[in-house]
Design a protein around this ligand. Structure first.
Ligand SMILES: [Zn+2]
Length: 87
């Protein structure tokens, strides 16, 4: 999936609450288990996958390194944008 499409999907999933925007309780980078990525849905075939565990609500995300990086950028952007809007 194209980076632009992944970014659009991340924004949409953050907006609808399908993806958490907070800090994960636990974050691992480990060898890929060949499972589908939570964001783009494609099988993770990169050597490394990211697993993010959230405590409340309990959510586990399995992500490509790329999808993790985009999520990390977009969740920060949302907070910064609303803070800017408030001031
Ligand atoms: Zn992905």
């Amino acid at each position: 999936m194209d980076d632009v499409l992944v970014r659009e999907r991340v924004r949409e999933m953050l907006a609808t609450g399908q993806l958490p925007a907070g800090d994960p309780a636990k974050l691992w980078a480990g060898p890929s288990m060949g499972k589908p990525c939570t964001i783009c849905g494609e099988t993770i075939r990169t050597p490394t996958e990211y697993e993010l565990d959230f405590a409340s609500p309990v959510v586990t995300l399995l992500l490509h390194p790329r999808c993790y990086a985009i999520w990390n950028e977009e969740r920060g952007r949302g907070t910064a944008a609303s803070a800017e809007h408030a001031s």
